[in-house]
Structure formats: structure tokens, C-alpha cells
Design a protein around this ligand. Structure first.
Ligand code: NAP
Ligand code: ZN
Length: 350
């Protein structure tokens, strides 16, 4: 039997949020129902609601940083039980059979990764995300939240956490490595905390020094403002790894010049305009310019366990349902410390 649940939706591109009622599918054998407690606001939600990445599906219930409690399980579920604290990130399904799925890279499924919202399942069901009180997902797409972690500060790890943990691990962050994090918003503040917990020496490159005290508290040993531009020459040839989380146009050549030979600039921010780079910035020092897309289910669980062991999680501002439009404007203005999470119990009845 399908169920109905309260949600927050935008009826069309860039419209305001309004409370709605949506339907969740009847539980299949491998599905679980989650009573959502908190949903993080990722800048990707804003890009999609405002159609900055192209045409989107409306009405849209965004939200891919979901934390809650399992309230019902399908007849064949083995991974989770009623009462478990779980999270759902950017994906809710994939083929499970292809080379990428079998390697734990469900985000690169060769058949179809089904995104948590603004997408459709192969059978035509439209996905609706976490700004809602309930979601039904295949058990394999829910991960366990460590007991030591509160659900509000866990929610943002489901996207922001894994999106930075994955490239930090892959590109060798750790003792003896100098890591720069560009932009200290939702992704950036988690990159600082995780890179520091991995043992690397972290520098924040922010537009101003207004958040310096927080950056140092998160584990950075240096914090520089990019606004006056001199930092790029002062720190030339310094870093093994630069993680760029900025959602706007960025000076990639300048970041590449800040690398040591063989270092890497990894882009996780997704500006809408094409960016340019001089090939000479790559050849002088055999440097790598690359990108990274969230992470598969196994590394998402690994990241949560890592954060649990190291006592880190997101730094959040919890808001109610009627504050989401205002929060979007604040994120766009870089006025977020450091992730908004929606208490979905405040979504009113329609
Ligand atoms: P966010 O909270 O808005 O953080 C972005 C930060 O970038 C801001 O806090 C600001 O930091 C800096 N910034 C913003 N505008 C800037 C500008 N014009 N020039 C220089 N710096 C600027 O956003 P987020 O949720 O962390 O997401 C960041 C980006 O990553 C978005 O584009 C999002 O879509 C993308 N994303 C990608 C993935 C992936 O899988 N690759 C996953 C999730 C999100 P300071 O104030 O410190 O300068
Ligand atoms: Zn996200």
C-alpha cells in the first residue's frame, strides 16, 4: 500500500517552497521505510531548484542529505531493522550488476544511477528527496549512522562528507601532506575536519578571513584570504593537494601554481560556466587537474565510520520548514555556518 507523507516542494523553477503531501511507494521485498528526522541543504539542491544545471522535474522535493530511523522493513530485508539509525545520500538505486556497481561505484552505474530527487526510476516513478517526513528506499542505499553521532550533524555527511572524504583518500591526504581547501562552506568545512583527522596539514583558502577562528577550530593550521590575490604567489609550490569546493568561477591556473610537482587539484564544486586552464600550468610540474563525484555506498559507510571514530561531524544550523527560502539565499551569499539542516517535523499539514 502506498503511503502519504508531508514534504516541502517547489512547484516550478526558482519558486518558493510550499508544504505539500506526496506519495511514497508500497514497500517492495528489499525496501525500507525511513522516518526522516533531518535533511541537509546542499548547494546542489539550489543549483537544481534554480535549473542552473539544465531543465529539472517539478514539483521538486529536494534533499539528499537524509538522516532518520527505520520504521518498517520489506519481507526480504537483511541489512537494517526497525529502529536502526540510517542515512540516505544522493542515490536511491542502480542496476547492481554492472562493473561499476559491483566495484561499489553505484554513482557511475553503467545502466542508470537513480538520483534521490529530480530523477526517475526505470519504471517511471519520479524520485522525491529528503525535505519530507518519510522516504522508501532499497535497503542497499541506506547506510548506518554511528551510535555516537546525533542525527542532525550526521545528515550533511551523506553528501558533503563523502564528497570530500573520497578524493582526500584517493589523492593521499595524510601525515606529511599539505592540503588546501578552497571555500569553507558545507563541503569545505567537512574537508577541513576530515583532512585534519587524516593527519594532513590543512590550509583554508577563503574569500576573507571572517571564518578564520572556526577554520582553525576545525583543524586548519593556516587560513588565508584570496580576496587580495597576493596569497597565490606567497603559497606558490606549497600543496600536495588542493580540494576546490567553490560553486562559482575559479582561477584554476592559480591553484595549479600553488601545487608542488606531481600534486593534484581536485574539483568538487560545480560552477555552471565552463572553466579555462593553460596546459602549461599542468606540464610545469606534471600536475593533475581532476574532479570527483560524491562516492559509492561502501565509501559512504567507511566515511561515516571514520567520522564516528574521530568524533567529527558537520557543524550545523538547524532551521524549521518556513526558513528554507531564506536559508537558500544565505547559502548563495556564502553566509552559512556551515550547513543548514531542516527539522522535518516542522513541515506543516496542507
Ligand atoms: P556552499 O556551502 O555554498 O559552499 C561553497 C563555498 O564556496 C562558500 O561558502 C564560499 O566559501 C565559497 N564561494 C562561494 N562563492 C564564491 C565565489 N564567487 N568566489 C570564491 N569562493 C566562493 O556550497 P556546498 O554545498 O559546499 O557545495 C559547493 C559546490 O559543490 C556546489 O557547486 C555543489 O553543487 C557542489 N557539489 C558537488 C558534489 C560532487 O559530487 N562533486 C557534491 C555536493 C556538492 P568562503 O566563504 O570560505 O569563501
Ligand atoms: Zn549534495
Amino acid at each position: 500500500m502506498t503511503t502519504v507523507t508531508r514534504a516541502l516542494a517547489v512547484p516550478s523553477a526558482s519558486a518558493h517552497f510550499e508544504p505539500v503531501t506526496i506519495e511514497r511507494r508500497a514497500l517492495r521485498d528489499h525496501d525500507i521505510r525511513i522516518d526522516i528526522a533531518y535533511a541537509g541543504i546542499c548547494h546542489s539542491d539550489i543549483h537544481q531548484v534554480r535549473e542552473e544545471w539544465g531543465p529539472a522535474v517539478f514539483p521538486m522535493v529536494p534533499g539528499h542529505e537524509i538522516a532518520g530511523v527505520v520504521s518498517e522493513v520489506g519481507s526480504a530485508v537483511t541489512r537494517h531493522k526497525v529502529g536502526d539509525r540510517v542515512g540516505v545520500g544522493c542515490m536511491v538505486d542502480s542496476c547492481g550488476q554492472c562493473e561499476q556497481c559491483l566495484a561499489g561505484h553505484e554513482n557511475f552505474c553503467q545502466v542508470k544511477t537513480v538520483w534521490t530527487y529530480n530523477d526517475t526510476y526505470p519504471d517511471g516513478e519520479i524520485t522525491q528527496g529528503g525535505y519530507s517526513q518519510q522516504i522508501v528506499v532499497a535497503e542497499d542505499f541506506a547506510v548506518k549512522i554511528p551510535d555516537s553521532m546525533e542525527l542532525d550533524v550526521a545528515a550533511p555527511l551523506l553528501c558533503a562528507g563523502v564528497t570530500v572524504y573520497n578524493p582526500l583518500k584517493r589523492w593521499g591526504a595524510g601525515p606529511g601532506k599539505k592540503v588546501a581547501v578552497v571555500g569553507m562552506g558545507g563541503l569545505g568545512h567537512m574537508a577541513v575536519k576530515i583532512a585534519a583527522a587524516m593527519g594532513s596539514e590543512v590550509t583554508v583558502l577563503s574569500q576573507t578571513t571572517s571564518k578564520e577562528a572556526d577554520g582553525r577550530a576545525f583543524g586548519a593550521v593556516d587560513y588565508r584570504a584570496t580576496a587580495d590575490g597576493s596569497v597565490y604567489s606567497e603559497l606558490r609550490g606549497t600543496f600536495d593537494l588542493v580540494i576546490n569546493t567553490v560553486s562559482a568561477d575559479v582561477p584554476l591556473d592559480r591553484f595549479l601554481r600553488m601545487l608542488r610537482p606531481f600534486g593534484a587539484v581536485v574539483n568538487v564544486g560545480l560552477p555552471t560556466n565552463p572553466q579555462q586552464v593553460r596546459i602549461g600550468s599542468l606540464t610545469s610540474g606534471d600536475k593533475v587537474l581532476t574532479g570527483s563525484n560524491i562516492g559509492g555506498i561502501p565509501i559512504t559507510q567507511e566515511m561515516l565510520d571514520f567520522c564516528g571514530e574521530h568524533g567529527i561531524a558537520a557543524t550545523v544550523e538547524t532551521i524549521s520548514a518556513d526558513e528554507v527560502d531564506k536559508a537558500y539565499d544565505r547559502v548563495v551569499n556564502s553566509d552559512v555556518r556551515y550547513r543548514f539542516v531542516i527539522d522535518v517535523s516542522t513541515i506543516p499539514a496542507t
